[in-house]
Design a protein around this ligand. Structure first.
Ligand code: SF4
Length: 291
């Protein structure tokens, strides 16, 4: 497939056919993110998208899963998205699900009726980056939304019947806001009550603006043990009803998987054992980063 620039997709879409219907990220301001800094945002025309679908079908006619990229493809007009979904299910006879990234503002721009329509046409899952539930951290990282915006956006997806997968970023408040990050993020995630929750650990690529603050000494990164303690605090305060929790991204020091709330205590015990016994041997060495 021909893609414009680097392509990103959630870990759970690793086996999906990726179709790039937008380029870059409309917001593109977050200070920790470098994913689309080199791309100028644009929405592809329907004729371009039809060509992409045709190319995908010639290469992967048996695709069962499709992911629509780039960073916040849900920003596309609802009528266009419905047309794309119709075309996809008509073109790929084995297609079972379509996933997409949705920024909070893109979700809020869609009415409950529009989201319902998208679900009826086969939009199966939306991936929403919460990053943090702290108003202060959201402001500092220039996410462009408040905790309440995140809650309203997440709840709107859940209410539509589309699956919601959320991600939060450990260490995003640095040392100064670590506790607030854990507690406020737990509050926002609990209020949304998503179907899936994934954690990433803050990793800064050279183009990420936050790296300048780290180098200037105004943002202090957490060490691996502080990251795990922060995660432990967040999980302790999580109140979700039926959520698959994953901390298995390459950026994470420790791989964790659990079904919440049933396995909350098991998860917390696993975490505290690693922390209290100083089990450095269980941490991912490639993410040790010399701290
Ligand atoms: S984190 Fe998401 S919304 Fe923020 S700049 Fe990166 S892709 Fe865009």
């Amino acid at each position: 497939m021909f893609y414009e620039g680097s392509i990103y997709r959630p870990p759970s879409e690793a086996s999906s056919l990726i179709l790039q219907v937008t380029v870059g990220c409309k917001h593109n301001q977050c200070t920790f993110c470098n994913m689309y800094k080199g791309k100028r945002y644009r929405e592809k025309s329907y004729s371009e998208i039809k060509e992409i679908i045709k190319e995908g079908a010639s290469l992967y006619p048996s695709a069962e899963r499709i992911f629509l990229a780039d960073g916040d493809a849900l920003t596309l007009d609802t009528d266009l998205l419905v047309t794309i979904l119709r075309e996809l299910y008509a073109t790929f006879p084995h297609l079972q699900r379509v996933g997409i990234y949705g920024g909070p503002l893109d979700i809020l721009a869609k009415s409950p009726e529009e989201l319902n329509r998208l679900r009826q046409h086969g939009l199966h899952i939306v991936y929403l980056g919460i990053e943090s539930g702290s108003a202060e951290i959201l402001k500092q990282i220039k996410k462009g939304v408040t905790p309440q915006d995140l809650i309203t956006a997440g709840q709107r997806i859940v209410a539509s019947g589309i699956l919601l997968s959320c991600t939060v970023i450990s260490g995003l408040g640095g040392k100064e806001y670590s506790k607030e990050h854990a507690l406020e993020t737990a509050k926002v995630v609990s209020a949304i009550d998503p179907h899936y929750l994934g954690t990433l650990t803050l990793m800064l690529e050279p183009e990420a603006p936050l790296l300048r603050q780290v180098k200037a000494g105004t943002f202090k990164l957490l060490n691996p043990w502080e990251i795990l303690q922060e995660l432990e605090l967040m999980i302790k305060h999580l109140e979700v009803s039926n959520c698959i929790f994953r901390s298995n991204h390459a950026s994470n020091y420790l791989t964790l998987k659990a079904h919440l709330p049933e396995e909350k205590e098991t998860l917390l015990t696993a975490l505290s054992d690693v922390i209290e016994q100083n089990r450095q041997d269980l941490l991912r060495p490639e993410t040790w980063r010399g701290l």
